[in-house]
Every structure is written in C-alpha cells, then in structure tokens.
Design a binder for this molecule. Structure first.
Ligand code: C5P
Length: 424
C-alpha cells in the first residue's frame, strides 16, 4: 500500500510469474543507479513481464544499450527521430502498448522535465502520451533530493497521480550518506504489482485504499410534493459514481448511497438507492459509522416541502404558495460523528470558488472540499469537469478531465491526505 511514497508491499518474496503477460515500459535516466535498472529488467522478465526499455541520452553514458537489449529481448529506444524504430513501433503506439510506465532511476532532471510536461526527447514524450499509471523511482545525490525544486516537482507529480517512491537512505556513489539511493528491486517490483493489481491498463490505480471502508453519496435527491410531483435538481450522479468506482479500483470496500439516477451500480460496490434527503441521511449515517472515508458528492436538496399532499391535487388557477423546510446537512452530520471518517465534501459554485469552499470546509467540519464551477455548460450533467480542492493549509487543481480520470486523481489525493493525517 502507498502513502506519500512509502511502500510496504507484503511482496518481498521472489515469487515467479506475478507479471505474466504484463507490459512494462521502463524509462532509464542518467545517473549512476542506471546500472541497477539492468537488474530491474531481469526481475520484470523473471516475473513473466514483457519489457521495453527507453533510455535518455544520459542513461546510455552509464550503461550501454546492448545490456538492456540483451536483458529485455527488445531493441532499446532512445531517439525520437529514429526512423527505423518508429517504423517498427511508433512512439504513440509504444505509449499505448504500456500497461505501466516505470522510470528507474528517475533523475532530478527527469522529474523536473516530467513536472513541467516537457516532451523534448523520447522518454518524456512517451510519459505525456501514455494513459498508463506512472511509477517514478528517484535516485540522486541527497542534496539534490532535498532541494526545494525537487521537492516541489515531486509534490506536483504526486498531485497529478504519479506514484513516487521514496529513495532509500545509505552510502551514496558520490561518497555522501543520506536519502537518495534507488530502492531495492523487490520494493520496485512490489510497487508495479500494486499498480497493476486492481484493474489493468489505463484503469489501473495503485491500491492506495486497500483495506479501507469508503462511503460515497451521489446523485440528486427528490423531495416529493405529492404522489407524482417533486423538487429535484440536475445532478446526473456521474461524478459520484466515478468516485465510487475509483475508490473500489483503489482497493476499498465501497458503499454508494445514491439518489435517483439513470446509471448502473458500479461493479463490486454495495449500492443503496434512496430518494429523499431524509432517506439519504439515514443510509449515509448508518454506513459512515466505522468507515475510514466519507465522500459527499450528492447534490442534496436544501429544502423539502413542509407537507406532502396525498394523491395528485388538481392545479389551482389562482396559483400556489409552497412552504419549504430545511433538510439536514448529511455531510456535516457525518463530520460530527465520533469517531469519524475522513470527510470530503463537494461544492458546486457559480461565484468565488475559494471563498465559498473554505467557508464550507469550516462550517461543515470537513477535512477536504472539492469545488467546481457550474454553469450552463459545465459541472452538472457533463462528461468533463475540473476540480479545485482545498484543505486546511493546502489546495490542488485537478483537470479539466473526464470525470473518471478526475475521480482517479481525487482518490489518489485523498489517499495521500488520509495517510498523512494518520501519520501526523
Ligand atoms: O452547502 P452545499 O450544498 O453547497 O454543500 C455541498 C456539500 O454538502 C456536498 O458535499 C453535499 O453532498 C453536502 N450536502 C449534504 N447534505 C445537504 C446539503 C449538502 O451532505 N443537505
């Protein structure tokens, strides 16, 4: 499982065949630890994986292409402009081929280029062009690792969903001692296994929520006026369902409390269908007791009609006045539980996003809030979305991206905060 790069895999054995048929793209960058990448290729192959190696120009100054070629059984790529190699397998094809991209060793320079989205050579272009999960295994001098520039690059890459392992402490090739050594091969192999375990290909998520109990609310609520009419809203439930799916893929046991939507329940998730805010509160509170994480994506109606008429009253030509009473705030009630889960709210806003989000964070007692601007063509009932996430002392921007991708990034971010809170 992951938490800010620390890994305990429970996979320290050298079991054979745990990567049979999996496609690993190994990016090797320039650093003395490049020689250890040769051992990684052997281990990936030993586990049954197909491995293709892409090296930076710097890497090939430390280890010759022939070494990687012999060990991987495939030609080593390093040049974006190699016509022969491109004709055999174009770089976009190679990016699509990968089920997981592992950069080991990832030098400070490679991290910086990736953090900035540069595509000035074949390895960086491939990382930009792939939808596969990205595992970065840094190795460098301890001062370079501690430098604020490297710290910021690592934080940015993690916020975008990359898994960055912590280098190991010890004697360094430069004669110094401290954190900067490439983690041992079994740790890297274990991390790759975790990345590939829950799904495959672009759906893969590291098992960052393995063993966690997660509750997600989604969709609108309907507040009945009479037997056929109700007050509702335009929430499609897509974002909440995407979060439930992403949490499940990250290894969690998930309960989804859903208002009325036209979506199928995600596989492997326990879905509880409700209609009104009062029903949602009851189901959500029951599920939230003992949960580790509560994510309130539902667009709960703020009010309900003070009385529910029986049957279908005929229309009154003089018009009608509707008395409304406030609904309970489900997420705020969950945040008051003791013990309580880590609580994440959502806020759809049309005005000053940060101000509204930060005040809701405090007022509702949340640990984190994901704000999105809504308007006629964004937010609700759309495929794409962008989130601005706030917590005490921090913020992150996710997207714009399709809701499934956004949900994956949010789950990765929440998992890191959750692990951080427990660690502090
Ligand atoms: O106050 P507002 O409705 O903007 O807050 C949005 C957040 O609060 C969302 O996470 C939503 O699921 C949650 N909420 C709730 N119960 C309500 C109203 C909002 O859980 N009655």
């Amino acid at each position: 499982m992951y938490g800010d790069g620390r890994v305990t895999t429970g996979e320290e054995g050298s079991g054979r065949g745990r990567l049979v048929g999996r496609r690993v793209l190994l990016v090797v960058s320039g650093g003395i630890a490049a020689y250890k990448a040769a051992e990684l290729v052997r281990r990936f192959r030993g586990e049954g994986a197909e491995v293709r190696v892409v090296a930076t120009a710097g890497a090939l100054r430390f280890v010759g292409a022939a070494t990687f070629q012999a060990l991987s059984g495939n030609r080593v790529r390093h040049d974006l402009w190699d016509e022969e190699a491109e004709a055999a397998m174009g770089h976009i094809e190679l990016a699509r081929w990968a089920e997981v991209v592992v950069a080991a060793p990832a030098s400070a320079h490679l991290l910086a280029r990736l953090a900035h989205g540069l595509a000035d050579d074949l390895p960086t272009t491939l990382v930009l062009a792939t939808e596969a999960p990205l595992l970065l295994v840094p190795a460098m001098n301890r001062v370079m690792w501690a430098h604020p520039a490297t710290r910021a690059n690592v934080a940015l890459l993690r916020a975008r969903g990359a898994v960055v392992l912590e280098p190991e402490e010890g004697e360094q090739a430069c004669g110094e001692s401290g954190p900067g050594r490439l983690p041992e091969t079994p740790i890297v192999v274990g991390a790759v296994l975790s990345l590939l375990r829950p799904g495959s290909g672009k759906d893969a998520l590291p098992a960052v929520l393995a063993g966690r109990r997660v509750v997600v609310t989604a969709g609108p609520t309907r507040e009945p006026l009479d037997a056929v009419r109700y007050i509702g809203n335009r929430s499609s439930g897509r974002m909440g369902y995407a979060v439930a799916r992403a949490a499940r893929r990250a290894g969690a046991e998930v309960v989804l409390v859903s208002g009325p939507v036209a979506l199928d329940s995600p596989a492997g998730v326990r879905a509880i269908r409700v209609e009104t805010a009062l029903e949602m509160r009851e189901a959500a509170l029951a599920a939230a007791r003992g949960a580790d994480l509560f994510v309130a994506v539902a667009a709960v109606a703020d009010y309900r009609p003070a009385r529910r008429e029986t049957g279908k009253p005929a229309k009154d030509p003089k018009g009608a006045l509707l008395a409304l009473v406030p609904n309970p705030d489900v997420v705020a009630e969950v945040a008051r539980l003791d013990p309580r889960p880590f609580v994440v709210g959502f806020a759809a806003e049309t005005g000053d996003l940060e101000e509204h989000c930060r005040s809701k964070l405090e007022r509702k007692g949340l640990d984190m809030i994901a704000g999105n601007l809504v308007g006629p063509d964004r937010g609700f009932d759309t495929e794409e979305n962008a989130l601005h996430v706030f917590w005490r002392g921090g913020e992150a921007r996710l997207g714009p991206a399709p809701k499934d991708e956004l949900a994956r990034r949010l789950v990765a971010l929440v998992a890191r905060r959750l692990a951080g809170e427990e660690g502090s």
